[in-house]
Design a binder for this molecule. Structure first.
Ligand SMILES: CC(C)(COP(=O)(O)OP(=O)(O)OC[C@H]1O[C@@H](n2cnc3c(N)ncnc32)[C@H](O)[C@@H]1OP(=O)(O)O)[C@@H](O)C(=O)NCCC(=O)NCCS
Length: 223
């Protein structure tokens, strides 16, 4: 019996999550039945993503008692809302599944939580830990002994090097490099292409090479 699956969030990363699900079904038999998407944006009502319909708003999650869920909310405008959105579903963590694209490589010695998606061609090395509701985009490398918290979005092509630590609810922009042993504090943002050589304080936006505080960014929680 396939698992009924609902995706949270209709745009951007939802396409990669859907494709990971479809590839899993192609390779391993029908593991998942894509029931639909829940999304709060009024402009997404009545639409579909790769043929998967937007059924309604996040608050309606409890109606789908025979479904499992996965997070696909990621954008710079929305990622900080993920913990609140997950809470608002009222769905216990046991009803979130982690999807691993069949083209991704995940070490047997990696520990990954629930509600995550490890997307196409990503690599998650041995002795890494990944929390819940984490999106690991295509061609990301999470290297040995790295530790990731929960509700994190990692955009395509990011390299998180050995022993680095990424705390809860961080967004790392496309192609960024995180040096070994560095810590990215909770709710921080790392800009596209950044080379992060030292710790990034919580709630701040860092970008550039070497990465520095983007003082004027509206995404700073703390100036
Ligand atoms: C870092 C980021 C959040 C900054 O956004 P912002 O606050 O709107 O920044 P602005 O575009 O107003 O730029 C502010 C300053 O930072 C600089 N800057 C912005 N992004 C930068 C980057 N990635 N690298 C280097 N400098 C950057 C700008 O040149 C500007 O400098 P100035 O003040 O000297 O003119 C954004 O550029 C970014 O990288 N977002 C991540 C996107 C992404 O990968 N998303 C993936 C999920 S969909």
């Amino acid at each position: 019996m396939p698992t009924n699956l609902i995706i949270l969030g209709a745009r951007g990363s939802a396409t990669s999550v859907i494709e990971a699900v479809l590839r899993t079904n192609d390779l391993r038999g029908e593991r998942y039945r894509l029931v639909g998407i829940l999304d709060d944006l009024p402009e997404n009502r009545g639409s579909a993503t790769l043929g998967v319909p937007v059924l309604g708003a996040i608050d309606q999650a409890a109606q789908y008692s025979d479904c499992m869920f996965v997070n696909a909310i990621f954008s710079i405008a929305s990622f900080r809302k993920v913990p609140e959105v997950i809470k608002r579903t009222g769905v216990p963590i046991e009803r979130f599944v982690t999807i691993v694209d069949p083209t991704a490589v995940v070490s047997r010695a990696a520990r990954i939580g629930r509600g995550c998606c490890i997307m196409a061609c990503a690599y998650v090395a041995a002795n890494t830990t990944v929390g819940d509701h984490v999106l690991v985009s295509p061609h990301v490398a999470v290297n040995h002994d790295a530790s990731l918290g929960s509700c994190i979005g990692i955009a395509s092509g990011v390299h998180i090097n050995g022993h680095a630590r990424v705390d809860d609810n961080v967004l790392i922009g496309g192609g960024a490099m995180i040096a070994p042993h560095v810590t990215i504090g909770a709710s921080a943002v790392v800009g596209m292409g950044a080379v992060v050589l030292g710790d990034v304080p919580s709630g701040q936006v860092y970008a550039g090479n070497p990465a520095r505080h983007v003082v004027k960014s509206p995404y700073n929680l703390i100036s």
